[in-house]
Design a protein around this ligand. Structure first.
Ligand code: 4NP
Length: 147
C-alpha cells in the first residue's frame, strides 16, 4: 500500500487489509514515495479513525518505497495518480509496472480515481478515506483469496 507520506492513507490501507487476511499467508506492508516521514508514527487522525473501527495501527512506522519492493510484493496498490507516476518511475521493466494498481480501480474499474490526501483535511476526511479503503480492500480480499 503506497501513498506520499506513509502516515495518513497507506497506513490505514495496510491496517484494514491486515485485519481481513491471514498474516500467515499474506505479507502486507505500506510505504511512502516521499522521505518526509521515515520512522514516524501514522498521523494521529489515522490512528484515531482506525481505532474507532477496532484496528490498531500504532505498530507502523513510516518508510520510503524502494525498488526492492517490486521483488517482495505481487501487488502494489497506490492511493493516487501522483503516487502511480512516482512508483512507475522506479520500475525496471514491464513486470514491475504490471504490479502497480490504483486502489480505487478495485471498486471503480478504469476510472482512475484518487484516494484524496486527507493531510490538510478534518477528521471527517480521514473517516471518508477509511470508508473508501474498507470497500476497496473487500474487493482485494475477494480477488486474492479466490485462487
Ligand atoms: P499521506 O498524506 O500521503 O496519505 O501519508 C501525506 C502526509 C504528509 C505529507 C503529504 C501527504 N507531507 O507532505 O508531509
Amino acid at each position: 500500500m503506497v501513498c506520499l507520506g506513509n502516515i495518513c492513507r497507506s497506513p490505514l490501507a495496510e491496517g484494514i487489509l491486515r485485519s481481513k487476511l491471514s498474516e500467515d499467508i499474506f505479507t502486507i506492508d505500506s510505504a511512502g514515495t516521499g522521505d518526509y516521514h521515515i520512522g514516524d508514527l501514522p498521523d494521529k487522525r489515522s490512528i484515531e479513525v482506525a481505532s474507532k473501527y477496532g484496528i490498531d495501527i500504532t505498530n507502523q512506522r513510516g518508510r520510503q518505497f524502494s525498488v526492492t519492493d517490486f521483488d517482495l510484493f505481487d501487488y502494489i496498490y497506490v492511493m493516487d495518480n501522483s503516487n502511480f507516476k512516482n512508483v512507475v518511475k522506479l520500475a525496471r521493466n514491464e513486470t514491475d509496472i504490471a504490479k502497480v494498481k490504483l486502489i480505487l480501480n478495485e471498486i471503480y474499474p478504469n476510472q482512475n480515481y484518487d484516494v484524496p490526501d486527507p493531510y490538510h483535511d478534518s477528521q471527517q476526511g480521514f473517516e471518508n478515506v477509511f470508508k473508501m479503503l474498507d470497500e476497496a480492500t473487500d474487493v482485494i480480499k475477494e480477488k486474492i483469496t479466490k485462487h
